[in-house]
Ligand binder design. Sequence first.
Ligand code: XMP
Length: 504
Amino acid sequence: MRFAEKLGMKYNNAFNEHLSFDDVSLLPRSSDLEPSEADISAWITPEHLLAIPFISSPMDRVTESEMCIALAREGALGVLHRNNPMQVEVDMAKKVKREEISGIIRDPLTVTPDTPISTVIRIMREKNISGLPVIDKSDNLVGIITNRDVIAANPDSPVNKEMTPKEKLVTTLEKDILENGKLNTEKVKQLLHFHRIEKLLVLNELKKLTGLITLKDIKRLEDSPYVSRDSEGRLMVGASISPFDHERAIRLDLVGVDILVIDIAHGMNVKAIKSVEKISKDVNSWIMYGNIATEEAAEQVITSDINKLASLRVGLGGGSICQTTQVTGVGVTTLSATALVADAVQEHDANISIVADGGIRGSGDLAKAIGVGASAVMCGYLFSGTDEAPSEKVYIRGVPMKRYRGMASPSAIRERYAVDRYTRGTKEIAEGIEGVVSYRGSVRTLVRDLAAALKATYGYVGARNTKEMWEKARYAKRTMVGVREGLPHDVIPETQFQDLYDTF
Ligand code: XMP
């Protein structure tokens, strides 16, 4: 059965009904699996498997390095936004790639013996790190300076006055702590414990510094069942670019970005496709192209000459902050767009994943999107309320909120960095809004909750994995009364008790 037919659409029908998430519910099916056995992982490119198929939107109130690092550590993926000067996005990508290799921070930031303590304090604060190896002009390790050393030090004195010197340093050879390329965390923990230290310096045979291991990272490693890594063991990261920004693409590719996400509102723009064809010949990264929303668009992109096209970003006008459909009258619901594009991909027998993007408000929606052919979902709103989103936390009547805005909202346009996507350079009208969303705490908890809910869906549908979900998911259309019945009703939720007490 074709995916669009699951939603009641007919091919060659000029006036199909485009159902949305709330219009349908998934049907339960015979099942012999426990939710915990469900495998929700998905290949996003032929080389990148996400254990948890959630991707954050490239938006300036959603995804910078911190979000990418947190999501990769949970087995998901972050895509850096591009509403900034090129160097800023490149540095953010570098930061993610530098974060850790299987517990080892590669290429750690260092200082020289004559660096003033005030500079060390600034670096520690800006980069949120608690210690820096000290390297002399010949690239030899001569000490380490940590939080504890600088706390009461004279800001003008040089590092070599306050650091732990070479003679007292605890170091290890890389070959002694790696086994078949994997970090022996037990050995590292013993070393850290024995010397009562929190940082271990890693050297190669030539006694040059090759990495740094922190107790914090080891603990985190043990606590993360899934981590999204590239072939070198570094955290995975996606980065968005304008389809016309050749230079940015090349710079990000050099950093080793795993997937370049082409970020354009109307992916059927012929000039954009032509430009991406050229860019794709000059980069190694896989490419996610979007946004598109119809089978016609999918056909146009799949048959283009884009090299290493791995994924299609699907949805137009469905986002929580989108005004495109209201302003222009153009839009396709994300659920229906996903089904239409998934059918086109199958028709072409193309090895291309589909990422449903826009309008996903919770676990039920993302399960429904996967059932019509998506491998993963892209979310802005869901992640925008978390600690890791790079936005201000505000309190409205004492309730914590975070700011969120569309990339075509008036203030984003005013910043005028995303010059080609929606700004006044090409369009005279805003196509997004700005506002606040409820604060949700850490993205890690959110991702774990969403993943648990998705596994529960697979359990109800009887799908062991995503391929089976595509085959087995069946939908029923709901009435408004049905939608109401599907939500908690008649009982006053506990969360509103406080308001009641206040009233009486
Ligand atoms: P959610 O619903 O997850 O949607 O917040 C995020 C997606 O919305 C798209 N996006 C926009 N669409 N005007 C639009 O019409 C905008 O200003 C805008 N900003 C982002 C984008 O696809 C994102 O992933």
